[in-house]
Every structure is written in C-alpha cells, then in structure tokens.
Write a protein that binds this ligand. Structure first.
Ligand code: HEC
Length: 199
C-alpha cells in the first residue's frame, strides 16, 4: 500500500515522509518515530458500516417490536418448552390416572373406541375377540389404573395389543374412562359370556 502513495497530491493538513512520501499524522512524533496515516481498507470499512446497520435493526426489533426470540426471558421459555416436548417419558411419569367424566374427554374416548377398539370389543362393548366391557366381570381388575395398564401394556399372548406407542397417555385415559362411564352397565345387542371375576 505504501508505494501507492508516492505520487499522491500533498495536502496541507498532513506531513509526508521525505523518503517514501507516505502520509504521516501531523502531531504524532515520539522520539522521531512517526505514525503513518493510511486509509482503512475498504473491506474493513464496509464491515464496520454493516455492523452499524445490524445494530440498528437489532435494537429496533428488540425494543420497539419486542421480537420474541431476542427477549431473553422469552428465549429461555422457548428453550424450556422445546426441552419439555422432547421428554414425553417424564411427562408420562407425572401423568395422573384418574377417571375423566367431562363430555369432551368421553367424546374423544368414544372416537378412539369406535376407530380402534370396537374391532375386537364391538362398538357397543358386547365383546367379540376381546371380552365384554358392559358386564361386571373383569380378567384384569376394574379400576381405572387396571384398565389403563392393560391398554398401555396389552396382553399380547391373548390378542390384546399394547397401545403405548399408538395412543398418547391422555387418549388412553379417555378411552378407558369411556368404557367405565359409558359402556359399563349397558345392555349390548350380543353380549359375550362373562370372563374373569365378578367385581
Ligand atoms: C385385536 C383385538 C383387540 C383390540 C383391537 C383391542 N382389544 Fe382389548 N382385549 C382383546 C383381548 C383378546 C382381550 C382379553 C385379554 C386377556 O384375556 O387377558 C382384551 C382385553 C382388554 C381389556 C381387559 C378386560 C378385562 O376383562 O380385564 C381392556 C380394558 C381392553 N381390552 C381395552 C381395549 C381398548 C381400550 C382397546 C382400544 C384402544 C382395545 N382393547 C383394543 C382384544 C383386543
């Protein structure tokens, strides 16, 4: 770069090196050591301008528009939510197995029952391949927990499929609640003979 300056027009504001003709900063003289006054390279200047533009846009987004992903608290919440979503196992552990009696849950349970379970237990719960759900006889117990466990783990050797992977804990609880609240005690068209113990 220095050689470029050899023929540069002299400007009164600067001094010039007597040998190389490089531009010098006027008042910088320390024991005869002088400082060159070179222009900054264009790439450096542009980088600098771009950081200024970036900073302005960033600050406007942060303080004027409160962009979610820039506000630290929000960012923290987002990351925590993502992490929680990746840990269904832990959620399942905290999941509470209690009978659901609200209309929405029972309707959702009925839907699952009609789509999946009725193939073996019949839509009215009378039983076919699987046992009758309307009588008081149960092979594996009659509490919500008992039924929930069967739906989760299945009894594969008898033909009852485990639904752990197919149905979410919520869906399993809903369909089990549907059995206990809506099917129990009804009179199906072709009831299968009782299996298991009377409760
Ligand atoms: C492929 C046929 C089949 C399907 C589909 C099926 N089941 Fe079963 N289910 C069975 C059989 C067979 C048994 C009896 C298991 C045994 O004898 O231990 C059973 C047993 C059960 C029991 C225990 C009954 C008792 O007397 O203790 C429950 C509860 C149950 N099923 C719920 C469901 C639900 C809910 C669904 C739908 C998500 C479903 N089943 C889908 C075949 C099926």
């Amino acid at each position: 770069m220095a050689k470029e300056n050899v023929n540069q027009p002299h400007n009164e504001d600067y001094e010039y090196d007597t040998l190389t003709n490089d531009r010098l900063i006027k008042d910088h003289d320390y024991d005869g050591i002088r400082e060159l006054d070179n222009d900054l390279p264009p790439w450096w200047k542009w980088l600098f301008y771009i950081t200024i533009v970036f900073a302005i846009i960033y600050l406007i987004r942060l303080f004027v528009f409160h962009a979610d992903d820039l506000v630290q608290d929000k960012e923290y919440e987002n990351v925590m939510a993502e992490a929680a979503a990746e840990q269904p196992q832990q959620d399942a552990a905290a999941f509470e197995i209690v009978l659901l009696e609200d209309d929405a849950s029972l309707a959702s349970g009925e839907e699952t029952w009609g789509k999946i379970c009725s193939a073996c237990h019949l839509a009215d719960g009378g039983g076919l391949v699987g046992p009758n759900m309307t009588d008081n006889y149960w092979i594996h117990g009659n509490t919500v927990e008992d039924l929930y466990e069967i739906v989760e783990k299945g009894v594969i050797e008898k033909g009852m499929i485990p639904y752990k992977d197919q149905l979410s804990p919520q869906k399993r609880l809903e369909v089990v609640s549907y059995i206990l609240v809506k099917l129990q005690g009804t009179t199906p068209a072709n009831p299968k003979e009782p299996e298991g113990e009377e409760y």
